[in-house]
Design a protein around this ligand. Structure first.
Ligand SMILES: Nc1nc2c(ncn2[C@@H]2O[C@H](COP(=O)(O)OP(=O)(O)OP(=O)(O)O)[C@@H](O)[C@H]2O)c(=O)[nH]1
Ligand SMILES: [Mg+2]
Length: 488
């Protein structure tokens, strides 16, 4: 009865668990391929359904499945999908059985005994790609969707899965193809020295394409930032309470806190998701001028920490500048940092507000110091649109205002990026294509002949095509789908 042999010329029928390998109320086992209904029909019995191979698609049947010796194994629900209206584009079934490890493994074994093979990682999605149900970027987005942990990464994956990015690429490719075919035509008529592609039109088209690709590559930086969390540097002079603020925001004792100035040496970071936006808070070493120090002294370590802090502040788009309200003598030094390190998104955190008897007076004093500095420095931008938030990191007051400020600052920025390139492979391909186009653009300026321009055009086309999978090699496919989990 057993029929493990794959029929010649046929894609094997694959099966795999789609739910995790753990005891649960229910488990799902899926099977896809030309023989999915036939194999399922051998192990599944249902009075209502009768011959499963004749079942229409989008139907769910209640019935039983049997074990290797024909014994009753479980009661299940079996969903039927008929090609091409299934995830993979092939005939597919999904068994919802009880989530015992024994039932799951036995059911899989019976399916394999009857001719199915165990799927590799991502093989269902690979089939969907092969059958034209989605292009490569969409298939990759499925893996991102499964891995998404918050609303932002979920939205990025969904946008990509809906094909927004693919559509944009397809347009790019189409325009390039038009140019390339005209130039290839010129090659065919090389003897006659004709110009089918007007060089001025070509030049402006190249400029447009390059600008477009630049924008996409730029959005990779943004997309990547989003995946890892928007970097938020917590900076200020020593002892201002930066580490206490980090701990209070994260709700855990992540960084060491002591009354000793210069406690934090290395940057310490962790991600916190606020209303779906991942923020990566980075606590830095307190900034103070250490001058010349011996390389074998303790101070040297602190100096290295300070250098690292400055680098972090430079890279992060958001700055929480922490000021210790109980130390007015540090105000100027703290506020000087606004001059040197102000970001587009900066907030002044007036910390240790618990230590003042009159909060309003203290805040007013900070504001006045800031205004005075602005006047003396002739730099009105210091106070311009700067939010000042009173906080007690120790008592955990004022934190909601800090979180709200972050959300209000960053959400509009994220909303402007509707199409975001987040995948490093896409970025590499686009970048290489862009480099090739740049060479074509330079070649046009140098009035290079068509036969010298076309190779780079072909390279650009090849790389754009390999993003969506129009041009794909086995190696690329193997690498992409191996990152999936089994059963997807
Ligand atoms: N009263 C009061 N004390 C605070 C507050 N926040 C921090 N402190 C105290 O200030 C001291 C320094 O706190 P840290 O969080 O280590 O300061 P830091 O800015 O990280 O210091 P460095 O890493 O040395 O630059 C500790 O004794 C904290 O308990 C606060 O809101 N109120
Ligand atoms: Mg610290």
């Amino acid at each position: 009865m057993n029929d493990p042999i794959i029929r010649p010329g046929e894609f094997p029928t694959i099966c795999a668990p789609a739910t995790p390998q753990a005891v649960s109320a229910l488990a799902v086992i899926r099977m896809s391929g030309p023989r999915a209904l036939e194999i399922a029909g051998k192990v599944f019995r249902s009075q209502a359904c009768g011959d499963l191979t004749k079942s229409e698609g989008y139907r769910t049947w209640f019935g039983t499945v049997k074990g290797p010796d024909g014994e009753f194994l479980d009661q299940v629900l079996l969903s039927v999908f008929r090609a091409p209206h299934s995830y993979t584009g092939e005939d597919s079934v999904e068994f919802s059985c009880h989530g015992s490890l024994y039932i799951r493994e036995t059911l899989l074994r019976v399916l394999i005994d009857n001719g199915a093979v165990l799927a590799g990682p991502g093989e269902f999605t690979q089939r969907a790609f092969m059958n034209g149900k989605m292009d490569l970027t969409q298939a990759e987005a499925v893996a991102d969707l499964i891995a998404s942990e918050n609303r932002t990464t979920h939205k990025l994956a969904l946008d990509q899965m809906r094909g927004t990015f693919s559509k944009e690429l397809a347009e790019l490719r189409e325009q390039l193809l038009n140019v390339a075919s005209l130039m290839e035509l010129e090659l065919d008529f090389a003897e006659e020295d004709v110009e089918f592609a007007n060089r001025d039109t070509l030049r402006s088209l190249m400029d447009k394409l390059l600008e477009h690709m630049d924008g996409l590559c730029e959005s990779f930086r943004m997309g990547n930032t989003l995946k890892k969390g928007v970097p938020v540097a917590i900076a200020g002079v020593v002892n201002a309470g930066k580490s206490t603020l980090l701990n209070a925001l994260l709700g855990e004792e992540k960084a060491l806190v002591t009354p000793i100035a210069g406690t934090t040496r290395d940057t310490i970071e962790d991600v916190l998701v606020l209303e779906g936006i991942p923020f990566r808070f980075i606590d830095t070493a307190g900034l103070r001028s250490l001058g010349e120090v011996d390389t074998d002294s303790q101070q040297y370590i602190e100096k290295l920490g300070v250098e690292r802090s400055l680098e972090t502040i430079r890279m992060a788009p958001v700055l929480l500048l922490v000021l210790d309200v109980s130390q007015p003598e540090t105000y100027e030094q703290s506020l000087q940092l606004l001059k040197t390190h102000r970001k587009e998104h900066t907030v002044l955190i007036v910390n240790k507000i618990d230590s003042t008897s009159n909060k309003d007076v203290a805040l007013d004093y900070v504001s006045r110091t800031l205004c005075n500095m602005s006047v003396t420095n002739d730099s009105k931008s210091l106070t311009n649109k700067l939010s000042i938030l009173p906080v007690s990191a120790r008592d955990k007051t004022g934190l909601e205002a800090v979180k709200n400020w972050l959300i209000q600052e960053i959400r509009p920025v994220l909303d402007t990026y509707s199409i975001t390139l987040t995948n490093v492979r896409h970025y590499q391909e686009l970048y290489t294509a862009g480099q090739a186009l740049l060479r074509v653009r330079e070649g046009l300026d140098a009035s290079l002949s068509t036969d010298l321009l076309t190779p780079d055009l072909r390279i650009a086309l090849h790389h754009i095509g390999s993003i969506t999978g129009e041009i794909s090699t086995e190696d690329i496919l193997g690498e992409i789908f191996s990152r999936f989990c089994i059963g997807k």
